[in-house]
Ligand binder design. Structure first.
Ligand SMILES: NC(=[NH2+])NCCC[C@H](N)C(=O)O
Length: 316
């Protein structure tokens, strides 16, 4: 059986809306409500955050709070890389989705020679760089960080020199250069992108399984096809952003988008995908209880976390 370690990252610097750093504790409240022993079973590692920067104005307008994001991602990278070097399976519970770039860097740092792929279950492609971002919010950038993509072809923002230097440092966390090829990304549920991201998706032929496709083909088939696309990867990372879920379930996330997955679809998808023996890390992000009523999103997210972990344990 694989040994699991929880990594708790209460960081929300890279989100545009406040509150995502409370998502982990909202899931803990959900677990108490269910009388679950989940949080007793795994020893958590807590990564220090830099959320106090939020009391100041952001320094970099195309990479807001980027200096803090860099520090947190570096810490996440080191924590994940240490766990992977010990052969442990990190389950990362995080606030905003930028942490995924730290996680990916950590996986790669521990196994630089292994080809890494990612399954990105999300409403967003998170493929912006400071050169293209419409918001400056760095939770829209983790896949550009991980693949070292600037997307100058679609440049929208005339970025400052300091921002450029910071972006270079962020892309070099763990190791210099790309940790993954864009071709080794599979999207599920992506439905809110900007033209600059559409350009990259088309350029690299990245497959997106839409909500309609998941409904039509079913979870088993979609999981099979997703893994088939990543057949040449040695390791697979799964990133689950709760905004992949439909807004009728809950709006307890910073950037909710209609026409998302049902809870059952997301639950089954994660249960199924994590059975693949190459999956080496799973992450859940963007639960924001301050935007919610009766902790609905965290209740759903915790259910998915618990079921996915159970599937991981049962299948090894
Ligand atoms: N992880 C997220 N919720 N990302 C939302 C990104 C939204 C938009 N594409 C932006 O870059 O601002």
């Amino acid at each position: 059986m694989r040994k699991i370690r929880l990594v708790e990252v209460r960081s929300e610097l890279a989100a545009g809306t406040r509150g995502a750093s409370l998502g982990i504790d909202a899931m803990k409240v959900a677990s108490l409500g269910k009388h679950s022993d989940f949080f007793l079973r795994f020893q958590p590692i807590r990564v220090k955050n830099e959320n106090d920067l939020l009391f100041q104005e952001p320094k970099f307008k195309n990479a807001k709070y980027g200096e803090g994001v860099f520090t947190v991602l570096k810490r996440v990278c080191d924590a994940v890389s240490d766990l992977r070097a010990e052969g442990l399976f990190p389950i990362v519970l995080a606030g905003d989705h930028s942490t995924a770039a730290g996680t990916i860097a950590g996986i790669k740092k521990a196994d630089p020679d292994k080809r890494l792929g990612a399954i990105w279950i999300d409403a967003h492609a998170d493929f912006h760089s400071p050169y293209t971002t419409p918001s400056g919010n760095m939770h829209g950038m983790p896949l550009a960080m991980a693949t070292a993509t600037d997307n100058i072809e679609c440049e929208q923002n005339d970025i400052e020199e300091e921002t450029e230097a910071l972006w270079e440092r962020i892309k070099s966390i763990g190791m210099r250069g790309p940790k993954m090829k864009p071709e080794d990304i599979v999207f599920i549920g992506v439905r809110d992108t900007e033209p600059e991201e559409d350009y990259l998706i088309k350029k690299h032929g990245i497959k997106n399984f839409t909500t309609a496709e998941v409904t039509e083909k079913g979870v088993q088939q979609v999981s099979k096809e997703a893994m088939e696309i990543l057949k040449d990867c040695d390791q697979i990372y799964i990133s689950f952003d709760v905004d992949s879920l439909d807004t009728s379930i809950s709006v307890g996330t910073g950037t909710p988008v209609p026409e998302g997955l049902t809870k059952e679809q997301a639950l089954e998808l994660n249960i199924e995908l994590i059975k693949d023996k190459r999956v080496c890390c799973w992450e859940i992000v963007e639960v924001n209880p301050t935007l919610d009523t009766e902790n609905r999103m965290a209740n759903n997210a915790f259910e998915i976390l618990e079921a996915t972990t159970a599937s991981l344990i049962q299948n090894f």
